[in-house]
Write a protein that binds this ligand. Structure first.
Ligand code: GLN
Length: 351
């Protein structure tokens, strides 16, 4: 049974933004009172009850799911539903009780449950999670689906099956590793400007046995343009879930996101397009002809990106906007086309 984010709270769809309050001070950790460990024996169910009530009192969100995932993890399962019958009503060893208290105390500080249990599921993969590396969100699974569907279609029509994918901002490696897992012919290059993300993607690739088809680089797409261009031979797919929040929305992030996740993976500048514009500007030099760019963006972005590309990026054609399962425009697909100059030359329109 997979671990899934729940429909409300800090990990819901699009909930990079929209939390009720901002918190000053990056990674500030308030002191919080912790319930005393009961002197006598307790069952997992009783421990969950104590912590659920405490979380509720302290305003921690997703109380039930948090407790369930922590207990399941400590009892060696992914979800409480998949635990052996009767496990929840058995007495916990002293050591287990102490572990429950340790992990729940972390959650009390508003640490996301994914960091507390140090792993999370994305599509069919279980990935190691470490702060401050961005925790993959459910809608990014839809971005992977879009890329997979297109690449599988190409393979089905007998096209070239040797594709190389470039991911800008790989975080934990969720996108690249999912693509590699589903497409045994694919090769991938993954970049991130954060060393912790590069390390985590490498660790996840090794754990999943996908490292032989993945190259990972510590590169900042905004600064290391020459290095980037020299590494990336013609690429058929460029995929990215870049930082795309509008800077002014950073202040209203949920404490879980604001205090623990890397702001550089979230903040896309004044209009959220800073990294997106750079990716699109470089795309024609990186992509092979008819190669495509797949981006996850804010719902306000597609209407801004299309005219901007038409005015500023020669050789890149805005193909379509796709919606997420909640019906919001969240994904942009663009394709490299021969530039006007090339086309005119081909048609013999130029002297
Ligand atoms: N590509 C990673 C993910 O979607 C990281 C995204 C980011 O850092 N903005 O999980």
């Amino acid at each position: 049974m997979w671990r899934r984010s729940v429909a409300t709270g800090y990990m819901c769809f699009g909930c990079r933004s929209g939390g009720p309050k901002g918190f000053p001070g990056f990674h500030a950790m308030p002191s919080c009172s912790v319930p005393a460990i009961p002197a006598g024996k307790i069952t997992a169910l009783q421990a969950m009850g104590i912590w659920r009530r405490h979380f509720e009192k302290r305003g921690v969100t997703e109380t039930e799911h948090s407790c369930n995932y922590i207990i399941a993890h400590l009892l060696g399962a992914k979800t409480v539903e998949s635990l052996e019958r009767g496990k929840l009503t058995e007495f916990l060893s002293r050591e287990k009780v102490e572990q429950v208290w340790k992990l729940c105390t972390r959650r009390l500080s508003r640490m996301p449950v994914q960091y507390v249990i140090e792993e999370w599921d994305f599509r069919d993969l279980t990935l190691k999670m470490k702060p401050p590396v961005f925790i993959p969100r459910p809608e990014t699974e839809e971005l992977v689906d879009l890329v997979l569907t297109d690449l599988q279609k190409k393979a089905g029509t007998g096209g070239d099956t040797q594709h190389t994918c470039l991911e800008v901002g790989c975080g934990s490696g969720a996108i690249s590793l999912s693509l590699l897992k589903s497409l045994p012919q694919l090769k991938a290059i993954a970049l991130d400007k954060c060393q912790a993300a590069v390390n985590l993607t490498m660790e996840n690739a090794l754990r999943l046995g996908l490292d032989d088809r993945l190259q990972i680089y510590h590169i900042d797409v905004m600064k290391d343009v020459e290095t980037l261009l020299s590494l990336c031979r013609p690429i058929s797919v460029l995929v990215s879930n870049p930082p795309y929040l509008f800077s002014e929305d950073m202040a209203s992030l949920e404490p879980e996101v604001f205090r623990f996740e890397d702001h550089a993976a979230l903040d896309g500048g004044k209009d959220g397009l800073q990294v997106i514009r750079q990716i699109l500007t470089l795309s024609p030099q990186i992509l092979s002809n008819h190669g495509r760019v797949y981006l996850e963006v804010d719902p306000r972005h597609p209407l801004l990106i299309q005219p901007w590309v038409e005015a500023h990026v020669e050789g890149l054609h805005y193909m379509e906007t796709r919606h997420d399962i909640t019906g919001r425009p969240r994904f942009c697909i663009l394709q490299k086309e021969k530039s006007l100059g090339d086309r005119e030359l081909c048609l013999g329109l130029r002297n």
